[in-house]
Design a protein around this ligand. Structure first.
Ligand code: BTN
Length: 248
């Protein structure tokens, strides 16, 4: 049976991820979707802030799939595919996936995904909170990568509620495919729109930097980089930069 989403909206919240995580830990049912007009402590990947002023979409979904932590970690790719489909339907500009979970329009970041999980029972995660921010009307200026928003990219005026409805409609069948077949069922869809595949990249890790050619992603979403000496490096988490392009 397909998952039913129940959307709850707040004018202001610290972080939709944090609020939903607290409820997940208290046993809340899967399918809850929190959306806030404004976040006062929006969080990005790797401890960064996510600027969250009114006008953009800030939302989190609570899910309880029966997946190991490694399988669960691939859900961000699934949401990136959903976002890519939504944006391709309303924009003429090129829309690409950037490893791990970003979506780019004309080479500029338009959205971010923060996946958090908790509790392990019988080797499976108890809950997943999938947080999504989409720049609809404005985008931050001072960022690690160039950024854009839907309006600036020539798209329509969408309210956060409209964008959320469209996003959930795209995500629902992809989520069902992922629950049934894992990331293997969707990896080709993600790769079909991947930015930088086969090109020189630099991966910035916590304490290291690795340069080489972006060779592939494997079945669990790990990035594979072929370095100049022919070695294949596996990158589970980090930020990547394309060497030959000025945008992200
Ligand atoms: C990234 O750094 O690219 C991920 C950004 C994720 C932002 C979203 S906005 C809704 C949800 N709540 C948060 O605090 N973060 C995520």
């Amino acid at each position: 049976m397909s998952l039913i989403f129940r959307v709850e909206t707040s004018a202001e919240i610290d972080s939709t991820n944090d609020a939903l995580k607290a409820r997940a830990q208290r046993g809340a049912e899967e399918g809850i979707v929190l959306r806030a007009d404004v976040q006062t402590a929006g969080k990005g990947r790797r401890g960064r802030k996510w600027v969250s002023e009114a006008g953009n979409l800030y939302t989190s979904l609570l899910l309880r799939p029966t997946k190991t932590p490694a399988e669960a970690a691939t859900l961000g790719f699934v949401m990136a595919i959903a976002l890519g489909r939504l944006l391709r339907a309303v924009l003429k500009a090129p829309v690409e996936h950037k490893w791990p979970n970003d979506v780019l329009v004309d080479g500029c970041k338009i959205s971010g995904i923060l996946l958090e999980s908790g509790g392990i029972t019988g080797g499976k995660v108890d809950w997943l909170v999938l947080g999504i921010g989409v720049n609809l009307r404005h985008h931050p200026a001072e960022t690690l990568y160039p950024t854009t928003d839907l309006l600036a990219a020539g798209g329509p005026v969408l309210t956060p509620d409209q964008a959320l409805d469209l996003l959930l409609a795209e995500f629902r069948p992809l989520y069902a495919a992922w629950v049934a077949g894992g990331f293997a069922a969707l990896r080709a869809d993600w790769l079909a729109h991947c930015r930088g595949l086969g090109e020189p990249i630099v991966a910035r890790l916590e304490r290291d930097e690795i340069s080489g050619r972006f060779e592939d992603i494997d079945a669990d979403g790990t990035l594979l980089i072929r370095t100049d000496d022919g070695a294949l490096k596996r990158i589970a988490a980090g930020d990547i930069f394309l060497v030959s392009r000025s945008a992200a």
